[in-house]
Design a protein around this ligand. Structure first.
Ligand SMILES: *Cc1c(COP(=O)(O)O)cnc(C)c1O
Length: 392
């Protein structure tokens, strides 16, 4: 038996089989290069689904995390700790948002945003104005409430009853938004639908929607769980859309590999959640926050400009590859549309054989490489992708 077979067999015996895994066990890595349990080498164009912002085992991040780890790993939110406030200040200064609530994952951050939006409305208008609109084809998480917020019917099965008070509008259709705005406290959007197929929302639409929301005191929640933390070439994507959200949620890339999420509150919402209204045991964990401080500090203007440059390089090269009919996305969040009946899942499986780890987003091949990917690593990944597309 190979090392992989042993790992796989035990996983199948003892781990709840909720994931369709690829037949690879990754054991270690450096930046965008990693190795499996039998010593095979891969270029990672997934960053653990947009999580490892600085790749595998970045030395600055390891230093930040381990030096905190050697001092204090956790104490609870009954006490103050330094890294939590440091990260919150940094996020507010870099985004113009006013306050931060820390959570542990994207769905939990969105739950916090939903609670804050409903309470904001309750405090001002009382009961009966609690509806939240989200976009069709969106993805907001896997808890019962965030599934309810997700605008795809495939997620609305088995787990009944779902949370009430969500309705869906078509991206780009301002009239539908207006028609459905009765009793609504918030509009929640992804600016680029990630799981939905790397689909950027129209800038004119989102600006008009933001204006309509502001006029009607409907909060604008932007789910930046996937687009945030430099992924699209700015620290948060909303800046490129010229809007000022009332609430922004962030997770995936924020911890550079450790579980941390943030709900960023703007002027209207900064004081909505009061003591006792919301909490989470691990929220603001000092080790995760210390790692996140390093991540955010490293994503300066120069670094972000390089994210944009590398994204453009990928787009240019991929557009010339066989079967490719289009490339969508911004920065290093890229969706590759395929023609000739080529299936994205087949490309990912074949990519593994050619030493490149890829993602799908519905019918597209999705690339979310570490933001720190080197040009030499990128060249290697693109060559492996091209070879894969030629062979398929
Ligand atoms: C991944 C994702 C989520 C869910 O995040 P989890 O950490 O898996 O709970 C929510 N929204 C968006 C846009 C995502 O991409």
């Amino acid at each position: 038996m190979s090392n992989f077979d042993i790992i796989k067999e035990r996983d199948e015996s003892f781990v709840a089989q909720t994931y369709g895994r690829f037949p690879v066990a990754i054991t270690e890595g450096r930046n965008a290069v990693c190795f499996d349990a039998d010593g095979r080498r891969y270029i990672d164009m997934t960053s653990g689904i947009g999580v490892n912002s600085l790749g595998f085992c970045d030395s600055g991040w390891i230093m930040a995390v381990t030096s905190q780890l050697c001092k204090l790993q956790h104490i609870s939110n009954l006490y103050y700790t330094e890294p939590c406030g440091e990260l919150a200040k940094l996020l507010c200064e870099r985004t113009g948002m006013k306050k931060v609530f820390f959570a542990n994952g994207g769905a939990e951050a969105n739950e916090g945003a939903i609670k804050a939006a409903r309470k904001y409305s309750f405090d001002r208008y009382g009961n009966g104005r609690s509806k939240i609109l989200t976009l069709k084809n969106s993805f907001h998480g896997r808890t019962v409430t965030t599934l309810s917020a997700t605008g795809q019917d495939v997620f609305h099965n088995y787990f009944f009853p779902f949370t009430e008070g969500f309705d869906f509008v078509t991206p780009g259709d301002l009239e539908e938004l207006k028609a459905k705005s009765e009793g609504v406290c918030a509009l929640m959007v992804e600016l680029i639908q990630g799981e939905g197929g790397v689909l950027p929302v129209d800038k004119g639409y989102i600006q008009a929607a933001a204006e309509f929301c502001a006029e009607n005191d409907i909060l604008l929640i932007v789910d930046e769980v996937q687009t945030g933390v430099g992924r699209t070439g700015t620290l948060y994507c909303f800046r490129q859309f010229g809007i000022t959200p009332d609430i922004v949620t962030s997770a995936k890339g924020l911890g550079g590999g450790l579980p941390i999420a943030a709900v960023l509150f703007g002027e209207k919402t900064e004081n909505v959640l009061r003591p006792g209204d919301h909490a989470t045991t691990f929220g603001g964990n000092p080790v995760a926050c210390a790692g996140a401080v390093e991540i955010v500090n490293r994503l300066d203007d120069e670094f972000l400009a390089d994210v944009v440059r590398k994204g453009e390089k990928i787009r240019e090269r991929v557009l010339k590859m066989p079967h490719v009919t289009g490339v969508a996305g911004m920065g290093l969040m890229i969706g590759i549309a395929l023609g000739d009946g080529v299936k994205s899942g087949d490309v990912v499986r074949a990519g593994i054989k050619n030493g490149v780890l890829l993602l799908t987003a519905k019918e597209k091949v999705r690339l979310l490489p570490p933001l720190s990917i080197e040009d030499s690593e990128l060249d290697e990944a693109l060559a492996a992708l091209e070879k894969t597309l030629k062979e398929i």
